[in-house]
Design a protein around this ligand. Sequence first.
Ligand SMILES: Nc1nc2c(ncn2[C@@H]2O[C@H](COP(=O)(O)OP(=O)(O)OP(=O)(O)O)[C@@H](O)[C@H]2O)c(=O)[nH]1
Length: 514
Amino acid sequence: MATLLLPSHAASHHRRAVFSGGAHHHPLLQPDLLADALHAAASRRRRPIAVACRAASAAARAKAPPSAGAGPPPQALAKEAHKYFDHAVVSVRAGDGGHGAVLNMPPGPSADSAPAKTRGGGRAADKGKAKKGSGKKVSFKRNYDGSVSLPVGGHGGDVVLYADEAEESLLGFHAKARHCAKRGGNVGATGTLSSRMHNGFAGETLRIPVPVGTVVRRKKGSVLADLAHPGDEVLVARGGQGGISLIDAPDYKRGKAMALSPNVMRDVTDKILTHGQPGEEISLELILRVVADVGLVGLPNAGKSTLLSAITLARPDIADYPFTTLMPNLGRLGGDPTLGAMQFSSGATLADLPGLIEGAHLGKGLGRNFLRHLRRTRVIVHVVDAAADDPVNDYKIVRDELRMYNPKYLERPYVVVLNKIDLPKAQDMLSSLALEISSVGCEECHDSNTSKEKLNENFNRHHMSEDDDKELGDYPRPQAVIGASVLRHIGIDEMLKEIRTALGKCSDHMLPGP
Ligand SMILES: Nc1nc2c(ncn2[C@@H]2O[C@H](COP(=O)(O)OP(=O)(O)OP(=O)(O)O)[C@@H](O)[C@H]2O)c(=O)[nH]1
């Protein structure tokens, strides 16, 4: 067993971004704007246009397909889940606001008894009591300024996405790609204003669970949130504001009605104000990047899944044929009390990725799209079949595919596990293999005395400059090369020690973004 210890300098933890969709505030609900707006609405007389717009949008919605895009057929989803589990396009729609109502004043002297508006004294002046012809008192709910409080339509339901540990993939979003929140309730109008009237009920917020690690972005647009931790959430569509209510009074009573409330209908076009606002609608792209501290990579059949099941409680499929692993499997390492708090003592998560082959970047094998799942990892473990024909070349192939996908991956601390040393062929070759592999890379990139500033400098230089021109030899050497047989439990402790050391060395300056 040969072990080569070198320093590491990659580190990351997750950034959190929370987006709040643009608001659909009803400007007319601001008391000081209300009177002006009513007046303006009456003078503009735009009812036909507004109604036409509503009708057009309703027709468009009716014609809209039930899902955001032509998703894969269910058979394809079942058979080729690995192609769909980490990416989905969905469309969400928040609920419309409920409608307000056009109300009449109750018969009798109620309007006559409207309290004169007093500065802040509406409540004190009168609790809204009015005498009917019958002598019965009628009371209204009042605002702070003494005006009668008219009911409003309920707010439409918002749409929120939240990271839920119980969710494992985005496959469900291919089967149902459109999600709509409920609309707000209408004002329960009897036609006549009374104190028993209440606002429309608010539509319930639609909370949609997504797997932890889901990046939410506008379709072909900016990133809205990276739901990297359980419980992270983002408001993606805001429900529409409810419509207001108006008092309809005949001309001769209008003056008195206006003393009671500014929401007096002066024109039929004002009725538009009673309509609830439409809820926001947005198309979203969901991209899952599994959240794991350690990524296991290697050619098919190298023993990655066997390794994961040997050191964690995960039970991935293991078989003697390539591409048994089609989707990343996750497992959690037990804690290491010797590392102390904040040093990953509570256990790190490992992700076993599908096998890579040469030409994966050209789409061979399973392609390399799943390499996006390495993005959040801090440490990479290369699993190499030491009993293969040319293990060093196998190792270089995988390294090269990583480099072509994202050169930053090669800057992360990594450990090489020469697996299957229980087989005689591997045993014979072990020391020479370890030596050869540990010499691939540049030594000074891994000097343990390298200062943080220098690491940053290196990091920036590597990322700003011609990464494409760099060879494998220009990137850091492995932190350790370990001979092991994960099937026979040989070398496991040593390997775990190296993985934990690499994790412990990670610092935050190499934080990968969403
Ligand atoms: N002799 C021996 N066989 C092993 C060892 N580790 C894994 N294997 C065998 O190698 C085969 C492939 O193992 P997997 O764990 O499925 O390999 P993988 O890298 O996950 O393969 P993919 O899913 O194709 O990426 C299985 O038959 C394992 O039993 C080992 O240490 N010694």
